[in-house]
Every structure is written in C-alpha cells, then in structure tokens.
Design a protein around this ligand. Structure first.
Ligand code: FAD
Length: 462
C-alpha cells in the first residue's frame, strides 16, 4: 500500500518528520526517549489501526503503539518505524445503571476517573492521571482501589482489538477466552486494543491520605510496625512508604528541606473519619518529625502526584516485587543503595516507594490471568528523576545500585515497572510456566512478533 493510499484510508492523520505536530506526537513521558519514527499514524478509529498495521507490515516498518506514552523505556516510539498513536481515540462512555465503562484504547486514566466519579463510581486505576489506560491495564494495573476490587485488568469484561493480521476481534470470558486470559497482564503483545469494557464499583467520592515523616535514623521501628500492620489492614487502606530527598515543601519545616526523609502511611478510600482511625496504630512505634493528614476527594487523590510525576524530566526506574518485608529488606530500603561508609550527595540519590498489595488482588488464582505474583506483599520502585543530561550515567548507576541492594529480598517484578531488563525482566515478571503459556498464545496471535516494542513475549522458545 502506498503512503498516499494510507492517507486516504486512515481516519486520522499521518505525520511525517517535516509535518507540524510531529515533534509533539513523538514526545513521551521520559525525556531520555528521543527517537524519530519514520511516520506517526494518529488513529481515530479501529479501521485506521488495521490500515496502519497492514501498511507497516507491508513496508517492513517496526511498529510502536502509543497510548499514554508512560512506558519508562519509551516502548511506544520506534526509531525509523511507524508509531501507531492511539491518543485521538480517548473517549470514555459510562452506563451507571449497568455499572460499565467503555474506554477507547488511547484514553488516559484521568478521563476514566472523571467520567465515572459523577456517579460515585470508579474502577481500579493507577495513581497518576496522565498515565495511559492502555499500557497500565494490559500489564496489570495497581492502584488505591485494587485491594478492594482487584487490579485494573481484573475489572475488564471485554477487550476489542486489532490483531497482527489486521483482523478485528473481541475477547471476553467466553469469546476467545485464551486471548482474554493473555490480555490481562501480558502487555501489548497480542494486538492493539481499541476499546476496553470495565466493571465499575460504588466507591463514593472521598479519600484520606496519611503520611508520617521520619529522619532515616528514626525510621526503622516505624517501618517495622507499619509492615506488621499490613496483613491486618482493612481493604479500604493501601499502606505506602517512601524514602527520598525532601524538596522545599511548604508542609515541612525549612530544617528538613533537601534532607533525606522516610515516610510511612496509607491511602484510605471512603469516609475519611474511618481512615483516621488507623492513625494511632501507624504512629505507635515512634513520634514522627512531621505528620500529614489530608482528607480529599477521590479525584484529587488520583491527581495528587501528577505534578511531581510530570513530563519533561529524564527518568530511570528499578522495580521489584517482595513476598515478605524482612528487617534486612527494610534496612536496604532505608539505605537507598548507598554502600556502608560512603558519603553520597543525597540530592543525586533516587527516591523509592513501597506499596502494599493483598486483599482482592490475591483472591484470583495465579493461573487465572497472565498477570503473575498475586501473592506479593509489597511492590518496591526506585525512581530517579533529573533534567541535566550530563548526570545520566550517575543517576542511572545509583538507581541500579539501589535496585541491586533490594533484589536479594525480591520474588519477581511487575512488568509495568520494568525498564531495560530485557528478556531477563520478562522472565522475572511471569516465571517459566506462565511464560511458556504466553509464548504459545503469542505463536497463535502474532507468530511473526510484529508487536515486539513491549516487554516482549517472544514466540520462539527461550
Ligand atoms: P505507553 O508507553 O503508551 O504504552 C506502554 C506499552 O503498552 C507499550 O508497549 C505499548 O505498545 C502498549 N500499549 C499501550 N496501549 C496499548 C493498546 N491500547 N493496545 C496495545 N498495546 C498498548 N502502573 C500501575 O500499575 N499503577 C500505577 O499507579 C502506575 N503509576 C505510574 C505513574 C507514572 C508517572 C508512570 C510513568 C508509570 C506508572 N505506572 C503505574 C506504570 C504504567 O502502568 C506503565 O508505564 C504503562 O506501560 C503505561 O502505559 P501507557 O499507555 O501510558 O504507556
């Protein structure tokens, strides 16, 4: 198919490097990603997706599929290939009576939350509203509602997709059930999802965030108690912890600005007064340097980290799943990967978070979905963010060092938190038996591995 024919066939726009809008369309969340596709097809409907896939296949162009553009490794941007940009397909439709939402494949999480919350409804989604529904859902989807209602992928009731041969299919519990299984955690390996149907839940519109801040030297007893409370926590509560370098944040006394700090706390969904009842227990180990208790709307909760986690910074992550959080693992978390006796500049160290799983996430069986590690206790993510390219090597090395310090306590990894781990990361995300089943599915739906710009499940045996 010639380019002129593609332009005629596609409902949307075909952008070449010289076209206005090309640079904006190739820009993704991580500023380290600076790749130049040969063309960007901005698809407005599923037939445009099918036409673009056929064109790329015929022309031998590598395909990248873009939804929110938040893959840390910039998986959606193919250098010299065809970027299939789903962002024009961003509509969300809600039926409050049926408690269903239909979400196009290029929508962002914020659009989903904004459409459901006027009815007091929601489906579990991630914590930053400019993340894409597409990538997040296909890899799993962890958020503040997951302990109550499961991961985002657990709440999909139907996927509509375009496969590698340009065919349009649906996948539900009863239609193409093999695909339905693989799309819930297997990433973008099996096709381009043009619409998700989600189950919605009555969640109300209120939330509460509790954060207790400690000097690192005082934090260990607080973290140990925090850990011990997790197995008994109500499902409305998702326990969180953080270590990092404080900014000049107005809620902190100036003496704590630019210092290393640790926080423990939780996010509560529902009546803030019920959430406040958790405070005394979390605080019992040691008095914090600063305590923050913030009742807020669910919509404000879902956007509270949008600026901190905003675009236009250079980024690098290392993530692990931990099935238990031993005292030694807590020490490694607080240590930020700095070798004993070293005196690293805290301004250049990565931050890290812990987020508790459990509840409804662990209620599905390990083989029920492609998503793996349902028995995880906490997820660890070390994240580095900076703007000066001359710091790249140092920042990345520090994040890798931190990841390596926590790895001895890890049981696997979350596919959506992988960065540049390649095939080894994919093995950690799924484990051998699950990976074999996923490869089988890949051979059925994408034997030529057309969709490989993702955490790739290769159709070939490893
Ligand atoms: P993209 O880069 O657009 O896509 C990521 C991958 O998915 C690519 O391989 C792409 O080809 C594929 N893909 C995307 N859409 C489709 C589609 N419709 N059909 C087929 N393939 C598709 N994860 C959580 O679970 N919970 C969180 O709270 C959370 N918070 C995050 C916050 C930030 C700031 C960031 C950067 C990431 C966060 N993540 C979180 C991780 C996130 O789930 C992954 O980065 C995810 O891949 C982002 O999806 P995207 O659509 O934005 O990215």
């Amino acid at each position: 198919m010639a380019l002129a024919q593609l332009r005629r066939e596609v409902n949307g726009h075909v952008l070449l490097p010289e076209d206005r809008g090309y640079d904006d369309a190739r820009t993704v969340w991580n500023s380290m990603v600076d790749r130049r596709p040969a063309m960007i097809v901005r698809c407005a409907d599923p037939s445009a997706v099918a036409a673009a896939i056929r064109f790329a296949d015929a022309e031998g162009l590598e395909i990248g599929v873009r939804c929110g553009g938040h893959s840390v490794a910039g998986m959606s941007v193919p250098d010299g290939g065809l970027m299939l940009d789903l962002t024009p397909m961003a509509a969300v439709r809600v039926d409050p009576d049926q408690r269903r939402a239909w979400v196009q494949g290029g929508a962002l999480l914020g659009a989903l939350d904004r459409a459901t919350q006027p009815y007091g409804l929601a489906t579990p989604a991630g914590n930053v509203s400019h993340t894409g529904v597409g990538g997040l859902t296909l890899g799993g989807g962890m958020g503040w509602l997951a302990r109550m209602h499961g991961l985002t992928c657990d709440n999909v009731t139907r996927f509509d997709l375009v496969t590698a041969d340009g065919e349009r299919l649906s996948a539900t519990e009863s239609v193409n059930p093999d695909l339905f299984w693989g799309l819930r955690g297997g990433g973008g390996n099996f096709g381009v999802v043009t619409e998700f149907e989600f189950r919605l839940h009555h969640t109300g519109t209120e939330a509460l965030v509790l954060d207790l801040y400690y000097h690192p030297q005082d934090a260990v007893p607080a973290l140990r108690l925090w850990r011990d409370l997790i197995p008994h926590a109500p499902r409305e509560a998702t326990f969180t912890a953080w270590v990092g370098t404080a900014g000049a944040w107005p809620f902190l006394p100036p003496a704590l600005h630019h210092r290393s700090l640790v926080s423990v706390g939780l996010v509560w969904i529902g009546d803030p007064d019920d959430g406040r009842d958790q405070l005394a227990a979390v605080r019992a180990a040691a008095p914090p340097a600063v305590e923050r208790v913030r009742p807020m709307s669910y919509l404000d909760l879902q956007t509270m980290d949008d600026t901190q986690e905003g675009h236009y910074q250079r980024r690098y992550w290392k993530g692990h799943y931990l099935r238990a959080l031993s005292d030694d693992a807590i020490d490694a978390f607080v240590g930020r990967g700095v070798p004993a006796g070293a005196d690293d500049d805290v301004a250049l160290l990565p931050a890290a978070s812990l987020q508790a799983y459990g509840g409804a996430i662990a209620e599905l069986g390990s083989d029920d979905t492609a998503f793996s590690h349902r028995d995880v206790f906490v997820e660890f993510v070390a994240s580095a963010a900076w703007t000066d390219p001359t710091e790249d090597e140092r920042r990345i090395a520090a994040a890798r060092r931190y990841g390596a310090a926590v790895e001895p306590f890890a049981s696997g990894a979350y596919v959506n938190a992988l960065t540049d781990e390649g095939a080894q990361g994919v093995r950690r995300a799924y484990g051998p038996a699950k990976l074999a089943r996923l490869r089988e599915l890949k051979r059925r739906y994408d034997p030529e591995n057309l969709f490989h710009l993702n955490h790739n499940i290769s159709p070939a045996d490893a």
